[in-house]
Ligand binder design. Sequence first.
Ligand SMILES: [Zn+2]
Length: 974
Amino acid sequence: MTIAAATPLPALPGVGERLGRYTVNRVEDLPEMQGHLILLTHQNGARHAHVVRDDDNSAFGVTFPTVPRDSTGVAHILEHIVLMGSQKYPVPDPFFAMLPRSLNTFMNAMTSNDWTTYPFSTRNEKDYFNLLGVYLDATFFPLMRYESFRQDGHRFEFETPEDPTTELKLQGVVYNEMKGAMAAPGAVMWRAFGKALFPDLTYANNSGGSPGDIPNLTYDNLRAFHAAHYHPSNAFFYTYGKLPLGRILDEIEAHVMSQFQAQTLDVSIPDQTPFTEPRQERVTYPGSDVERGTQVSVMWKLGLSNDADANLRWSVLSDVLLGNAGAPLTRPLIDSGLGSALADLSGYRDSFREGAFAVGLKGLGAGKVEEVQALVLDTLRAVVQDGIDPELIESSLHQFEIAQKEVSNSGFPYALGVMFRLLGPWLYGGDPLTGLRLDAQLEKLRADLAAGKVFEPMLQREVLDNPHRVTLELAPDPELVAHMAEQERELVQSLSADFTGEDRARIVAESLKLKELQAQENDPGVLPTLALSDVPASVPPVPYSTEQAGRALVARVPQPTGGLTYLDVQVRLPELPGDLLEVLPLYTSAVTKSGAAGQDYVALSRRMEAVTGGVSASASSGVRPDDLHLLRLAVSFSGKALARNAEALVAVMRDIIAAPEFTRERLEQLLKQRLAGLKASVVNSGNAYAERLAAAQVSPAASIGETWGGLSALDRLKHIVEEGGLDDLLDRFGRIHTLLLSGQPVLCLTATEDDLKLNLTPLTDLFTADAPVGHPLPRPRADGPQARVTDSPVAFNAVAFETVPYTHPNSPALLVLARLLRSEYLLKELREKGGAYGGSASFDPREGVFAMSSYRDPHILRTYRVFRDARAFLDTELGQREVTEAVLSASKALDPLTSPDTVGRLRFFGDQAGFTPEVQEAYKTRLLAVAMADLKRVMDAYLTPERAAYALVAGRDPNEEMNELGLSFTVQPV
Ligand SMILES: [Zn+2]
């Protein structure tokens, strides 16, 4: 949302008013988000919530309570199959095919333990109605082909599908997905949690599907589940934005409502019968770390989660007890030294009809159940006895207020965040308004807190005195994988025991038929699409003012921030010696989590929680729009606070920038956490590491990126942590701090007009020394193809090329080329044919690096052949449709979804770096004119074997097989 020329919002209907066959039941103000909530019901029972807000990102979602009675995964499999073709759009994969034909800001579908939802959002009106049509047709009129059920549900298939003498196997997308999911401790914990606390309810089932039960799902059961649940009488519709409600309702009426009669379906979930005494449960997951792989969690069933008062109180209490490293429940548990971290799912949960609270430890050996349980109970008793520090409660309420007021699209569209807040109480029969407006509940809580203790008696009554308690142990079982494979073999055997020759012939025939269907192309003519003329050609202006304050440049951006103040302090760094440059991200990650100005890290973190919504720091490098080799380094500090605390935010940021205090002990803790995180990320993000390693060979900016966030950063950190480099690091931090204060500061303040006059001198005053801004030019590391070997059954392959800077006329064609290769070529060749989990092409126009990579890939040589043959692919039968879709998709990258918290700082810092609206508009104009000939031309010019840089992360040495391509890799362990 920008404040440019506010369009008038549509007029609100009155309560009782009829809109077609809908009746308006309620109209409520939403003062904190400057909007309104309209609740309606349709004659046939459909419920509809519409939020009117001056936000150009409009949203839709339809949600169905889906309450499975078994663990066949019917709700999850249905979610997959609904997306595989519908009456009006009978193509194999309409959702996937819509992605490049739309300017959507979000498209997805999700299955939870008792509901399934289909949401999207977009800023384009035509796109909104295109997607609305596709979503309504998919959910209410899916084809649910038998072949789709076989492909994504379950089926028998011979090892060699056309040969009935080979081994018979169970297959299916969801079947395999759940086999994988049930191997992850987090997912096993989540299933066990619901089953342990609510053994008599739907939560005892695995809504995703248990591999042993999925084969019991029949095609008829699936269709019956759809007919019963995906019906208007069981639907909760949600719409958001400033498009006219009448037009949306007319569309839903014509497409869906007119086709259905009211029906009744009982999806209500009863109360769980309370336990009369506490229980213990044990579950296992496949794992071999018996020394440290066990978790123990103590959990309680609470009252109804749709009770707005109780929900708010439990959310606050949970944050008070567990919200940070120094919190009264967290700290004693961690300091006990029993485990290394809190157990998964610790805290309050409102995702069941009745609430739950859990806490425990992970990183345990076997046999710790009694010890952890006693520690948890003793600690809770001590909290009740000693009382909770009122300041902690105040800090939590303050964080709550920020969360309620903040309007942000960072991470997830706000338009859909509102839907999930409202669905919480709504689906369980509560008041949806309480999900969006908590003022009444907050007022009551504050009054009760003023009158006496609230949380201590609550803990005593609902937790300590509550016999509905389960102590759950989640333990690794090294034999489980073999055991599960054995179970699967037995299952196949028992299901196929009386198969005749005819049955076997049918399985072969069905396999072949499925292959045939999979080879069919989407007929794109059936689906609606946007045209290039729908892409906004201009870059909307964002007003701000600037002033000079000493050496500092200050921008002030007026935005409707809902009463929050956002502050960025970017410091452009002077010339940095290499030994400081390489540890800059360690400095920025530690500086906000350590002490400052005489306060230790616990005191500083409590102060930050009391007056800010968080302060973070980061290091960045940038190049000029017209020169890839003119680099600039900066450290940025960003913070936010309620406007009434803006001065306190300035003071906190000043202390962190001017007087950070690092201690050896705290730094060691932080670096160890960072190292554990980086190590774990290699097997999940191997493609990103490989890409960085390849790009570092050709691009100076990417070379810095690799030093900061690549495998060499992991190496350096390992060295510091494991070989005693801490004192040296502390010394380097001291030198970074001195150089930082001689840098050139650029500040950006974003707030509502009334809050913009904030005094920033405490910050601008800090930068008195005068050093010229540095322009580092690290040499790309032209050291040939690189392989890093790690413990992984798969490979991550990458190739990178340095191309041209942003303002070069060929840049837009490279951006389009990346999109085209990804969707039309690499996904098919690497994923569908090659069996890799993913394949991608990317182009970062600001860094000028073009890369192709594969994700969780069984192949190395084959994949590099596919990369090499990309040029030949451009000469195959590609038409205007493919190019247009690639241009549409590329244009989305140029128009990221912003919000009041980000739009101003993006504009201002972009302008400062030379990426002005004029420069961006010129880029867009060129982008919209890109044609097939341009793609071939830029590929011939820049993506040639001579310019390519190679890197991979894999479980094996690639050299023998890669000889064939004449490539020789330097091999090192990760
Ligand atoms: Zn799935």
